[in-house]
Design a protein around this ligand. Structure first.
Ligand code: IMP
Length: 434
């Protein structure tokens, strides 16, 4: 049995897309367990570019299965757009993709509700991706959501859709934001999409159980990152789902004792998109340099990412919550021409030194990072695929990160291509792939 969870250890955008794509060859099924089309990565194969926001990238590997688990909120229009692009490139979507009948359906009025909530002057702005993710999860937890099982059973879809629509219209009217729309046309459009998606919808928990029993290897792909987790992240500046390792069980129905390993992906520095505290943020020319060199612009919204130095208290909390067996450190090459690399090892708040991340975002916004500096290597690491070929000071930086985080750096990424990757010999990471 070898069922692995791969997830972001920081605030998302750590480079999961490349890693999952790289590992997909060694697994039979790739599964998403939370989030929606707020995530996204671009995968280039030959001269074709695929932007996948909902469908696990494993689908690009012929013969591999891709599963959208029950923990997701799925915009059917966004899903069909991805399916169309994949089918036109010859991918056998009908054979390879399955959608949980317990996943929730995200509808256009969820986006409207989000606009309303983000524009509310009395509420702190989260800087969401404006995809309606939060309001759809609100309906799920409020027990009035529409699940894919209902979506493809037309009688139940109509009934629940009408109830949900009436509620949203009442709210929009109360705020003077209601705009008339062609309700019948919209419902018909969703009915057609439901008919098309129906053969892909099933009980994916049972499907995965059968897979495990027959010796298939499962790769769980987290979206967003640990610090955006609804419980463990920098609340309220978080997404609305469980992006941490525990979410993989909740969001798929695969029990914890069937998971064999957890791998955290982090950048050699750190980035964040959207609002919220960010202790090591660089607002100077160095931050700008990292943003440019690392092409740090959001894959979904195109927003510039906020950049900062590696944050050890944050990463240690992330390791504690997720139980990382190994870290994948990405974008090492972005730091290639720096004289020195500060690493935040502790925080200072109200004259006291603390080693752990505070629970409150207000307090996190007040902390001052305490840095230790590590010498830069000032030579190119771009594309290096053997650990021994890295400059000695780059290896020293990685060894330093291992020491201060307490987790091995089992894999290093030195560029966007699959080949620009180092898998450390003898590491736990290597063993998890065996
Ligand atoms: P939402 O997920 O659209 O509700 O946005 C909530 C917060 O999570 C915002 O700060 C977003 O910028 C952030 N976020 C959501 N998805 C991603 C992602 O895939 N990468 C990085 N940040 C994300």
């Amino acid at each position: 049995m070898n069922n692995l969870i791969v997830l972001g250890a920081q605030w998302g955008d750590e480079g999961k897309g490349k890693l999952v794509d790289l590992l997909s060859d060694r697994f039979d099924v790739v599964i998403r367990y939370q989030g929606g089309h707020n995530a996204g990565h671009t995968i280039i194969i030959g001269d074709r570019k695929f932007v996948l926001k909902l469908i696990p990238s494993g689908i690009l590997h012929p013969g591999k299965s891709a599963v959208i688990g029950n923990g997701l909120v799925v915009d059917p229009i966004a899903l069909v757009t991805e399916i169309d692009a994949l089918e036109s490139a010859g991918v056998d979507v009908s054979r390879q993709l399955r959608i949980s009948n317990r996943a929730h359906v995200l509808l256009p009025f969820h986006r409207l509700m989000e606009r309303l909530s983000e524009a509310n002057p009395g509420k702190v702005s989260i800087g969401t991706t404006s995809r309606g993710i939060g309001p759809c999860y609100e309906d799920k937890v409020g027990r009035r959501g529409i699940r894919f099982g209902d979506f493809v059973r037309f009688e139940s879809f109509d009934e629940i859709y009408d109830a949900l629509r009436d509620e949203k219209i009442a709210i929009l009217k109360a705020f003077g934001l209601f705009e008339r729309f062609d309700d019948r046309a919209e419902r018909d459009r969703f009915r057609q999409i439901a008919e098309r998606l129906s053969p892909l919808v099933c009980d994916t928990a049972s499907l995965l159980d059968q897979g495990i029993r027959s010796g298939k290897r499962l790769l769980f792909e987290g979206a967003q990152g640990t610090m955006l987790d609804i419980d463990h992240g920098t609340y309220p500046f978080v997404t609305s789902s469980s992006s941490t390792a525990g979410g993989a069980c909740i969001g798929t129905g695969v029990p914890p004792n069937k998971i064999t390993g957890v791998v955290g992906i982090c950048k050699a520095y750190i980035t964040r998109v959207g609002g919220g505290p960010f202790p090591t943020e660089l607002t100077d020319a160095v931050g700008e340099h990292i943003r440019k060199r690392g092409n740090e612009f959001g894959a979904v919204t195109g927003r510039p990412r906020r950049c900062g130095w590696f944050d050890v208290p944050l990463l240690r909390y992330s390791a504690l919550i997720n139980g990382f067996d190994s870290l994948v450190i990405t974008k090492l090459d972005v730091l290639d021409d720096l004289d020195e690399i500060p690493v935040c090892v502790k925080y200072q708040v109200d004259g006291k030194t603390i080693e752990n991340m505070p629970e409150s975002s207000e307090e996190l916004a007040k902390v001052k990072p305490i840095f230790e500096s590590v010498p830069g290597w000032k030579s190119p690491t771009f594309g290096i695929s053997e650990y021994e070929k890295l400059p000695a000071k780059a290896r020293a930086y990685l060894a330093y990160l291992e020491k201060v985080t307490g987790v091995e750096a089992g894999c290093i990424s030195t560029g966007p291509e699959r080949t620009q990757t180092i898998i450390r010999k003898g590491s736990r990471f290597e063993k998890l792939l065996a």
